[in-house]
Design a binder for this molecule. Structure first.
Ligand code: BTN
Length: 259
């Protein structure tokens, strides 16, 4: 099914520093329609979370930002934008991969892995006004046709996995429609004040969550420790259980995976 508004208005930039940065500066001057897509073939200074860069070979991959206006969302629930973007990427990858052959996982907070290697990442940035979300920028990088990556990163791409080149426009068609679908579902669930554990979005997130109910080594303010991953709470904090069965909540800045 094609999207109604996500990706309807779009800007293609042959080259830009970062589509997220471009979207943010554009939003300061122009009232973009919700769902605007900004994409490029070459990011010269792509950004990831925690001040990391995002490297992508020109013309090979999805490097794009969508602008949304989730005015229905409380600021404390902002993480749900990472949830729906991850689900949309999950759907795109399932669409282009043969059924059931690959283990696609959503690694909290913003990575998508296949067979333990990173294939996509999300960078969500928001413009707030008087404690409300005025604009949200969903930056998405998906490795599509690139086959060589620096040895220092464990990365993969659809081409490496399928040995086929994939037309980037066809990836955007699926991405636009799945992002719209999950965004509209989120909107409906928030408007109905749906309970976290009854949410279909959260159920799908749990179904595909990396290391759910498994023991992992994490670095927190207390140092390195083993914890069982138990999911996310209603505000997107990671829930982990220690060896005394106490459940802790960590936010994006309080924990680093050490696996
Ligand atoms: C991460 O893995 O930490 C997130 C990576 C997000 C990369 C995308 S590419 C398009 C958009 N523009 C950016 O500068 N970053 C995001």
């Amino acid at each position: 099914m094609s999207a109604l508004f996500v990706g309807e208005n779009k800007f293609f930039l042959p080259e830009t520093q970062s589509t997220n940065s471009y979207a943010i500066s554009l939003l300061k001057n122009v009232n973009l329609p919700e769902g605007t897509l900004i994409y490029t073939h070459h990011q010269t200074a792509g950004r990831g979370r925690r001040n990391h860069g995002w490297e992508s070979e020109p013309g090979m991959n999805v490097t794009a930002s969508y602008t949304l206006k989730p005015t229905f969302l409380e600021v404390k629930k902002i993480f749900s934008l990472y949830v729906i973007s991850s689900l949309a990427i999950y759907d795109v990858l399932s669409h282009f991969l043969p059924d059931g052959q690959f283990d696609i996982k959503i690694k909290w907070p913003n990575d998508i892995l296949i067979n333990g290697k990173k294939i996509a990442g999300v960078l969500n940035e928001n413009i707030l006004k008087e404690h409300h979300i005025q604009h949200s920028i969903i930056g998405i990088g998906i490795n599509i046709n690139q086959t060589k990556f620096p040895k220092t990163i464990k990365a993969t791409s659809l081409k490496i996995l399928t040995n086929k080149d994939i037309n980037l426009e066809s990836v955007f068609e699926v991405l636009n429609s799945r992002l719209e679908k999950h965004y509209m579902k989120l909107k409906a669930e928030r408007k109905a004040n749906k309970n976290h554990y009854d949410s279909e979005i959260i159920k799908r997130y749990y179904k595909n969550m990396y290391k759910l109910n498994e023991t992992c080594l994490l670095e927190t303010a207390k140092g390195l420790g083993s914890y069982i991953i138990r999911g996310i709470n209603e505000n997107g904090l990671l829930l982990v259980e220690d060896d005394k069965k106490i459940v802790h909540e960590f936010d994006l800045h309080q924990v680093v995976w050490k696996i």
